[in-house]
Design a binder for this molecule. Structure first.
Ligand code: C2E
Ligand code: MG
Ligand code: MG
Ligand code: MG
Length: 297
């Protein structure tokens, strides 16, 4: 009897404990969702922009918009701290729409200051399941008729949740028809990189930083990089290396024929006000222009 009672107690205790934890985590999840919604309404989200360059010439080919949450108590929060919370929630569509609208307005502001700069935005898998994505994009673009076609680029993350590739592919075709560029982000990290390469109409492939970071010491990573490069060239895609942290990474990339790059070694993501001054002052390392051009054909 005593043993029974103990087991029951323990079981009950465990149950209650689990229940309380579960309850608490749901509550905190919901609170976070509400906070994000409120933050969106109160203008707490901001975009930083990170340049993408053609290393040999120093030409800036565009900037990538990266969202941050200027949280009144927590300070500046990175996307990893809040995007996972809204991944499966309609809020990620609202945030995504805000990001695109804001990035386009920023491009228009730069343009009126004499700086014409393509902007890319990261789109979530959920946004790509919106059947009316293309008309939505069109109406966001219509607010800024002064922007040239090609100003907006969508960066598509390779995730297994992309779902019906035929559908995504036709959405992206529709986007391209209204002058929107498409790139495959974090290339090589998903389970279906090659399928995506084959099936999605992306003009650019962004090689994930995990393959770039160690190219100076790891011959295998360098081989992967070269392999992706020749694949991309065979498919007539442009390649950008992400995570170019040092000049020496740039040297190595140029030696194997990867000409486009993005990374802390070139510029960190920065607030939009900082971009014009950065554009004026940035210069690529002088020796980059002298490295031999690799002809892949
Ligand atoms: P991503 O699109 O691959 O963006 C590159 C990330 O790497 C950015 O982190 C950037 O700050 C960081 N990075 C750039 N250069 C370097 C480098 O040289 N070294 C290292 N170690 N990191 C570098 P961030 O801003 O924290 O964004 C992380 C991810 O969050 C993004 O990866 C993207 O997948 C997602 N994200 C960011 N903004 C948005 C957004 O507006 N919407 C959606 N759906 N996702 C976003
Ligand atoms: Mg990206
Ligand atoms: Mg990336
Ligand atoms: Mg990434």
């Amino acid at each position: 009897d005593q043993a029974m009672y103990q087991a029951k107690l323990a079981g009950k205790g465990r149950y209650h404990l689990f229940d309380a934890d579960h309850d608490r985590s749901i509550r905190s999840h919901n609170e976070t969702l509400e906070r994000i919604q409120q933050g969106l309404q109160q203008g707490e989200f901001i975009l930083h922009y990170q340049p993408k360059v053609h290393m040999r010439t120093g030409r800036v080919i565009g900037v990538e918009a990266l969202v941050r949450w200027q949280h009144p108590e927590n300070g500046l929060m990175s996307p990893a701290q809040f995007l996972p919370v809204i991944e499966d929630h309609p809020l990620s569509e609202a945030l995504g729409e805000w990001v695109i609208g804001t990035a386009l307005a920023q491009a228009a502001t730069w343009k009126s200051a004499g700086v014409e700069l393509p902007v890319s935005v990261n789109v979530s898998a959920r946004q790509l399941r919106q059947r009316d994505l293309v008309p939505r994009l069109r109406s966001l673009l219509d607010r800024h008729p002064e922007l040239a076609p090609g100003t907006l680029e969508l960066e598509i993350l390779e995730t297994s949740t992309l779902g019906d590739l035929a559908l995504v592919s036709s959405l992206l075709e529709g986007a391209r028809e209204i002058g929107i560029e498409v790139s495959l982000d974090d290339f090589g990290t998903g389970y279906s990189s090659l399928t995506y390469l084959k099936r999605l109409p992306a003009g650019t492939i962004k090689i994930d930083q995990s393959f770039v970071r160690d190219i100076l010491d790891n011959p295998e990573d360098l081989k992967i990089l070269e392999g992706v490069l020749s694949l991309a060239i065979a498919f007539d895609r442009q390649v950008i290396a992400e995570g170019v942290e040092t000049v020496r990474h740039g040297d190595m990339l140029l030696r194997v024929g990867c000409e486009f790059a993005q990374g802390f070694g070139i510029a960190r993501p920065m607030p939009p006000e900082a971009i014009p001054a950065w554009l004026l002052h940035w210069q690529p390392p002088a020796h980059w222009s002298g490295l031999p051009i690799i002809d892949h054909n």
